[in-house]
Design a protein around this ligand. Structure first.
Ligand code: A3P
Length: 334
């Protein structure tokens, strides 16, 4: 057997570790492309994902029952999920915990407090008992709109969605993947990664379909989906913290606004504060098996200028123009 075939075969086997036979068969029947973190990504229901994500998504589709009071944090990977989880948790629980004292965000990574359906609850072929989670439940997912468990869309459960300009999202994803990729795969070059990204071959991509799905849903159902952009939130955090609280059903009182509760939550969830906490410097396993510190890099808007060549700018700008034109969705890029 040729060495490339051997690597290919071993890689696929490694990707499929932990899958039941039923899922292995399904995964093997799907279109595949070279992956970022795993050997391959597979096209499942029109989006690209890792085999374990397919198994978990299918399990969630089959078993997850949304309640009207549920709140879901939904995002494109690397677009500010950690931040939005922290903010949502802090807003909802502000009467329960004192920010200045022993707040759970001081000791737990936001991903532990707001678990993903696909990486935690339904991972590893689990069918979890969610009855012990106090309501309203605060959960999260990267699953595209069209593949969500049906009850999320049919119930009154609300979704807060965050995305980010694709230039910075790409840079963030590329750095992140190189930190958590198995050493045996070697580093993923920026050109290779960029080619895959431009073709939409990236976890839960194509990202333009992901964003547009939730974008249109937020336009037709503004009470159900709040659509947020990372850049806007960075520019005016207080405004968006208030908007988020109102949407979630926990609006700030005038008294709270006067006494600086909005800013207190903003500071608690700020990049610098979260990054410097012991749990986020030394902890591990908040999402999968990697170190929590990898979730915090620079949090700058416009870092792409340090990585993109003029050709890359032109290519991605063209893709954005083509994919988003007429939708009303656009991004600030610097
Ligand atoms: P950079 O790689 O550009 O620094 P996600 O949480 O969806 O994985 O997104 C990761 C990106 O959000 C990273 O961007 C990370 O640094 C940034 N980030 C993490 N915590 C943040 C916070 N509290 N506020 C703003 N950005 C944050």
């Amino acid at each position: 057997m040729a060495i490339t075939q051997l690597i290919e075969r071993n890689g696929t086997e490694q990707d499929n570790e932990g899958l039941t036979n039923e899922y292995k068969e399904l995964v093997c029947s799907l279109p595949k492309e070279r992956g970022w973190r795993t050997q391959n990504l597979y096209l499942y229901q029109g989006f690209w994902c890792q085999p374990n994500e397919i198994q978990a998504t299918m399990s969630a589709q089959k078993h997850f029952q949304a309640h009207d009071s549920d709140l879901m944090v939904v995002s494109v990977p690397k677009s500010g999920t950690t931040w939005l989880k922290a903010l949502t948790f802090a807003i909802m629980n502000r009467e329960k915990y004192d920010v200045a004292k022993s707040h759970p965000l001081h000791f737990s990574n936001p991903h532990e407090l707001v678990p993903f359906l696909e990486y935690k609850l339904y991972a590893d072929n689990k069918i979890p008992d969610l009855s012990h989670i106090p309501r309203p439940r605060l959960l999260a997912t990267h699953i595209p709109l069209g593949s969500l468990p049906g009850s999320i869309r049919s119930s009154k459960c609300k979704m807060v969605y965050i995305c980010r300009n694709p230039f910075d999202t790409f840079v963030s994803a590329w750095h992140f993947i190189n930190k958590i990729r198995p050493a045996s795969y070697g580093p993923l070059g920026i050109e290779d990664a960029f080619n895959m990204y431009c073709r939409g071959v990236v976890g839960f991509g194509p990202y333009w379909d992901h964003m547009l799905g939730y974008w249109y849903e937020s336009l037709t159902k503004p009470d159900k989906v709040l659509f947020l952009k990372y850049e806007d939130m960075k520019e005016n955090p207080d405004y968006y913290i208030k908007k988020l609280a109102l949407f979630l059903g926990w609006p700030f009182t005038l008294q709270e606004e006067k006494t600086g509760v909005v800013q207190e939550i903003g500071n608690l969830c700020s990049f610098k504060n979260l990054r410097d906490l012991e749990v986020n410097k030394k902890g591990k396993g908040a999402i999968a098996d990697f170190e929590n510190k990898n979730l915090f890099r620079k949090a700058d808007v416009g870092d792409w200028v340090n990585h993109f060549t003029p050709m890359m700018v032109q290519r991605l700008a063209h893709i954005m123009e083509e994919k988003l034109s007429g939708s009303g969705l656009s991004f600030k890029v610097v």
